[in-house]
Design a protein around this ligand. Structure first.
Ligand SMILES: [Mg+2]
Length: 166
């Protein structure tokens, strides 16, 4: 049985040259602006406090998850889904993204800049030479523990100095 042999990795995954692309270059700013206009035209801005928008987004993540529920692991491209189900997946993904951009606006977070910063931070946490082909969390790696060790020692020394002990 295919599910029984699943080991958490996809087979036949191209490492490079995956041809899939989005059809549009729509920016996150455009998504934010469209949602802002959509809400203003309906006087819904009064309901879009950050917590309300966050909970709406989580609800949409639930709707997206529901489409995958009880299907077991599925393959890239969702060949197991009907065309109607694939449309629904796209709609729920869109709902999640729209609410995420809305949430960023309500929180005054520059989302594109936050994404750029996060990629940079992730590249430092997961240097390709260290993690290539492995899925461990960054602090599982011996190299990371060795890099952090001097920091831990320095913190202990600072505490001793603050306590007045040697
Ligand atoms: Mg929805």
């Amino acid at each position: 049985m295919a599910q029984g042999s699943y080991n958490g990795r996809l087979s036949n995954v191209p490492d490079e040259g995956d041809e899939f692309r989005f059809s549009s270059d729509m920016s996150l700013e455009e998504v934010r602006d469209l949602q802002n206009k959509f809400c203003r035209e309906r006087q819904w801005g009064q309901f879009h406090a950050p917590r309300n928008v966050l909970l709406a987004m989580v609800g949409e993540v639930g709707e997206l998850s529901e489409l995958f529920q009880w299907k077991g692991e599925v393959q890239r491209g969702l060949p197991e889904f009907s065309s109607e189900e694939k449309v629904q997946v796209g709609e729920e993904m869109a709902d999640v993204l729209i609410y995420l951009c809305d949430l960023a606006e309500q929180c005054k977070i520059d989302l594109p800049q936050a994404v750029r910063d996060k990629f940079q931070k992730n590249a430092q946490k997961y240097p390709s030479g260290r993690v290539f082909g492995r899925s461990n969390k960054y602090n599982d790696y011996t190299e990371y523990k060795e890099e952090q060790a001097p920091v831990t020692l320095n913190r202990s020394r600072e505490r001793e100095e603050a306590d007045g002990s040697e």
